[in-house]
Design a protein around this ligand. Sequence first.
Ligand code: CA
Length: 226
Amino acid sequence: MRLLLVEDERKVADFIARGLRAERFAVDVAVDGLSGWEMAANVDYDLIILDLMLPGLSGTELLRRLRRRGGNAAVLVLTARDATSDKIENFEAGADDYLTKPFAFAELVVRVKALLRRPPASRSHTLRVADLEMDRLTQQVRRAGKRIDLTAKEYALLEYLAAHPGRVLTRTMIIEHVWDESFEGLTNIVDVYVRHLRTKVDEPHERKLIRTVRGAGYCLTDEEPA
Ligand code: CA
């Protein structure tokens, strides 16, 4: 696992890098925002530990650039800024975790390990299946570049399908993920919503992405039917 640490306080950077290397991670260190960005843009890191107040380029701006570029690195923000507004701003910019200084090294290590256990796909804002694009932050949906307006439930259903491309999801699985415990309706609610989605997502296009798998459920896929 290759890690990048972007931290301008040399003492802190040395301390963290030494500790993480002792945990057998490969650790590169950048001591300002711009060199951090250059390294992050050129190396496929598994995880980036990011200070916010940095010379050259702020940690938040580095994070925004990184997420615009669509890399898979998990980002853990490590900062003295403990205001809720800072946390919200950085999570919205694409951070996966946020730890405030002063911190216990042992906590940093367990957070790093927890982040590295997550599948990389869950770190990206954008879900893509063929020419369908979903931005999980803004909840905007586009197909072939054209915006599609969905209701909250339609969005939730499409997101669930798009997060598992090629996998058959049963009506029960869909109900459990998209509706909540208070739902007492019939499972054919799924069919109703899939119909709505087809009208909006598939009907205007030649290539159909939503498949019915008879006797099983539904599947979103960009593979041609056999
Ligand atoms: Ca700093």
